[in-house]
Design a protein around this ligand. Structure first.
Ligand SMILES: *[C@@H]1O[C@H](CO)[C@@H](O)[C@H](O)[C@H]1NC(C)=O
Ligand SMILES: *[C@@H]1O[C@H](CO)[C@@H](O)[C@H](O)[C@H]1NC(C)=O
Length: 386
């Protein structure tokens, strides 16, 4: 009986303790170890996550963009912590992170302001880009290392990963010029978000965009009476087996390039050895898709299918726009041209949004309930063996 009282007490305590595992971001006290402070031991195997840095040389006061993402482009993470260190110096983090970021917030490590960044919330994300400023107050010329912790979920995380990408702070005038619109470096290493507006997959090949002789076709499963929130197949093919090396696709309003609609849904079907990356364009979620061969690989396909979910809150005319790269320097902007890529979205017959909302709410409460019950049994077990 007494045990039971203790269990109940623990149980209540458990319920009232935040179990988020710092879903709102790591606290400053974690700067030292980079441990998220929850769950079992960190993972020992290789991390599925990486950082992408387009340009590693920076002048004092210059900015470096660092994208936290996964090796596959598909593995999501819920949390992270990043800071910049000097090899051999353990009690300091250098420079300053830009506070204006939708996915991340700054953290003060080792009593210095804004020298680290962490997630804003615990939602799964496939990439987050942060800006690091080589603030001359704490940064001098030399080499700096990027340290990260990635949290996949409450129990799975890789801590204090030191990346091969080394930031080099160079004297003024010696860093390569930043292209004004941020396009530089090998295009396959760019954050796919840079394609959202221009849809230009290789800025170095500007003059080579082919406007005619398009060898590709876009087949759309259903174009009329597409109900809100319903899913349709959008397939890219080539009758002539012309290879698809990369492809970027969105659904826009005809004539507009400021917004992308609906959501692409994994999994898509395509050739083995290709990566499919859902891209968050214009502040939305998964409203664009990048299909690409992994870095340095020669993989191509001539046939790929995506599922697209129509927006749940808009109706009317949309069109599928895509850019397809045949090889490094040859690509086609397939913006509707001669292809019937218009889609008409109509309201749903039944008032389903409400139903869906309550369904998703009950799923999440079931999940947290089962976690809670699970822990309760662990406590009973522990006490029983005690
Ligand atoms: C698109 O691809 C899917 C999956 O491969 C297939 O089931 C569907 O029939 C294709 N639709 C069209 C219109 O080509
Ligand atoms: C539809 O929902 C998206 C996000 O889910 C939002 O960004 C957009 O503004 C909404 N559109 C309308 C017309 O409410």
């Amino acid at each position: 009986m007494r045990f039971y009282v203790i269990f109940s007490f623990c149980y209540v305590l458990y319920l009232t303790t935040p179990i988020s595992g710092y879903s709102g971001g790591a606290p400053s006290s974690r700067c030292d170890t980079m441990l998220p402070g929850h769950g079992p031991e960190p993972q020992k195997g290789p991390s599925p996550y990486k950082v992408v840095v387009r340009q590693t040389k920076v002048e004092p006061s210059g900015i470096i963009e660092i994208t936290l993402t996964s090796n596959s482009g598909n593995d999501e993470f819920k949390g992270f912590l990043i800071y910049i260190r000097k090899e051999g110096v353990t009690n300091k983090a250098y420079g300053e992170f830009d506070k204006t970021n939708d996915d991340a917030k700054t953290l003060d490590c080792f009593n210095v302001q804004n020298n680290a960044m962490t997630q804003i919330d615990g939602h799964p994300k496939s990439s987050v880009t942060v800006k690091w400023i080589a603030d001359p107050r704490t940064v001098e010329e030399g080499e700096y290392q990027i340290h990260t912790t990635f949290v996949k979920d409450k129990n799975t995380y890789w801590t204090n990963q030191v990346h091969d990408e080394v930031i080099e702070v160079v004297p003024p005038g010696q860093a390569p010029d930043e292209h004004p619109d941020g396009h530089h470096g090998p295009h396959w290493e760019q954050d796919p978000k840079t394609y959202c507006s221009s849809m230009n997959l290789n800025p170095d090949a500007d003059s080579k965009i082919h406007s005619d002789d398009n060898p590709y076709d876009i087949n759309i499963e259903k174009k009329e009476n597409v109900e809100q929130s319903s899913r349709i197949w959008i397939n890219a093919t080539s009758a002539l087996d012309t290879p698809i090396m990369r492809l970027f696709m969105q659904v826009r309003r005809p004539g507009s390039s400021k917004m992308a609609y609906g959501e692409f849904v994994k999994p898509a079907k395509g050739a083995e050895g290709m990566d499919i990356v859902l891209v968050d364009c214009f502040g939305g979620k998964g409203n664009a898709v990048l299909f690409t061969n992994p870095k340095h690989s020669e993989s191509t396909t001539s046939d790929v299918s995506f599922q697209w979910m129509a927006p749940g809150n808009e109706t009317g005319d949309f069109e599928v726009v895509s850019t397809i790269l045949k090889d490094e320097n040859t690509f086609w902007g397939v913006v509707g041209k001669d292809l019937q890529t218009k889609i008409k979205v109509v309201p749903k017959n039944k008032p389903n949004p409400k139903e869906q909302r309550s369904k998703s709410a009950s799923t999440s409460s079931t999940m947290s309930f089962s976690t809670t019950v699970g822990l309760f049994f662990v406590m009973i077990f522990a006490a029983a063996s005690y």
